[in-house]
Design a protein around this ligand. Structure first.
Ligand SMILES: Cc1ncc(COP(=O)(O)O)c(C=O)c1O
Length: 464
């Protein structure tokens, strides 16, 4: 968040002349927007912050987020044991680096890397960093090719859909690449291979394909885009790579639909990102980026750090990084194994399908995505009411549920939808309670709005 000067400090201070911010451990108010002059007891500081953070939502009831909110106590223990290790200090903490390398290998194999001796990858803070690094490599590869061919390299573009996460727009702006954004349509919320074909040219550094999209959880047509790009390569010689943003599906599809080809089985897929902290079942922040071949990562983008006399290449945006989540990912992988992940994924899919059924049965909604590929359910009111999904979202908050309502991107922006991300702790029992709460909330909104036509303020939650 970009923070700026907070104006309320003066006001709050003057109102507190007679009611100090004190408790049994402390007598004085604590300035919030400048450094306090003196110290305070640890338990006072703890209590003060702990109490304030009670205002945050309950992560267990947060149906808005893909991000993991619970891990096993043994994982928590490993996280605590490794919290103070800076991952970049490979010399001091060589074993965490070894574990990271193992996971990169595991992920490359999970994504059906064709040559088991020729791939490269890295951990990141999340999918956003992985997307930036993946696309940056494609920009450099494109530039090197253009230089070799004696062609201009000042107008790179990248093709992706309006259904992508904001990190794609960020990449384009931060790294000065023209974004060619394929619009979605009124009743189609993903891209088409035809639209991609119309947007690419010799200056296209890569095409972005998302599994599943942040807005509805649907899949962009990865097979069709791949086939179209192979055809384009045959007919024009243009060899345009696909970067698959599998932030959420990267830990679902290999277990739920192992025969669905979306990964390195497809010829044009040259890099893939996923979020360890989403369905990788690790707390934030952890992401993974895998390149199909070592040569996809240009030598110029690697930086070398000394590691036991050896030179270790790194490819990250941030230098320092925590070690704990990498360790936690490894814990999950060896603790659960393929079968453990598969079983959790199947349970989440089952609960998501059950939720779809319950949502339909309320009679209020049209379901847009019935958890076709990943355990995400999106729906909208099937008829106009004198209240909307923003009102419903606020109403559900009274019970503690955090469910986002938001409007879709341009061309479908008159459609407001609600999205539920089903995670491991959202069991069938919780689905029953939630569906009942929706019913109660809708009925109560109907009654309330009959009595008073005043509307609650409209504001969507952030969608991550
Ligand atoms: C499709 C997609 N890509 C990228 C991201 C960004 O991921 P992260 O939060 O791991 O940086 C998200 C986040 O929800 C996402 O849904």
């Amino acid at each position: 968040m970009v923070s700026k000067k907070i104006k309320i400090e003066k006001m709050a201070g003057s109102q507190r002349k007679y009611a100090g911010n004190s408790n049994r451990f402390m007598d004085n108010d604590v300035p919030k927007y400048r450094f306090p002059e003196g110290r305070m007891e640890p338990r006072s500081a703890y209590q003060l912050i702990h109490d304030e953070l009670n205002l945050d939502g309950n992560p267990g009831l947060n149906l808005a987020t893909f991000v993991t909110t619970w891990m096993e106590p043994e994982a928590d223990k490993l996280i605590l044991e490794n919290l103070h290790k800076n991952f970049i200090d490979h010399f001091e903490y060589p074993q965490v680096e070894v574990i990271e390398e193992r996971i990169v290998n595991i992920m490359a194999n999970l994504y059906n890397i064709p040559d088991k001796d020729d791939f490269v990858g890295t951990s990141t803070i999340g999918s956003s960093e992985a997307i930036m690094l993946g696309l940056l490599a494609h920009k450099w590869n494109w530039k090197e090719k253009r230089i070799k061919a004696g062609k201009p390299f000042d107008r790179p573009n990248i093709v992706f859909g309006a259904d992508t996460h904001i990190s794609w727009d960020k990449f384009a702006r931060y790294f000065d690449v023209e974004p060619r954004i394929i619009p979605i349509a009124k009743n189609r919320y993903t891209i088409t291979a035809d639209d991609v074909r119309k947007s690419v040219d010799e200056n296209t550094i890569a095409v972005g394909v998302v599994l599943g999209t942040t807005f509805t959880g649907e899949f962009d047509p990865v097979v069709e885009v791949n086939n179209m790009l192979i055809e384009l390569k045959k007919t024009t010689g243009l060899d345009i790579p696909i970067h698959v943003d599998a932030a959420s599906a990267g830990f679902i599809t290999p277990f739920h639909e192992p025969d669905f080809p979306w990964d390195f089985r497809l010829e044009q897929v040259k890099s893939i990102n996923t979020s360890g902290h989403k369905y990788g079942l690790v707390y934030p922040g952890l992401g993974w980026l895998i390149f199909r071949n070592e040569k996809m990562l240009p030598e110029n983008l690697k930086f070398y750090v000394n590691y036991l006399g050896d030179e270790m290449p790194t490819y990250t945006l941030n230098f320092s990084e925590g070690s704990s989540m990498i360790v936690a990912q490894y814990y999950n992988i060896i603790r659960l194994g393929f079968e453990g992940y598969r079983s959790i994924v199947e349970k989440m899919m089952g609960n998501a399908h059950y939720l779809t059924e319950k949502i339909r049965k309320t009679g209020y909604f049209d379901v847009l995505n019935d958890a076709t590929h990943i355990p995400v359910v999106t729906f909208k009111f099937h008829e106009e009411k004198n209240f909307d999904l923003f009102d419903l979202s606020y109403k559900l908050r009274e019970r503690g549920w955090i469910v986002p309502a938001y409007s879709l991107p341009k061309n479908a922006d008159d459609t407001t939808i609600m999205r539920v991300v089903v995670r491991e702790n959202f069991t069938a029992d919780m689905v029953d309670i939630f569906a009942n709460d929706i019913d109660v909330a809708v009925k109560s909104l109907k009654v309330k709005l009959k009595k008073s036509p005043e509307r609650s303020p409209r504001q969507g939650h952030g969608v991550s």
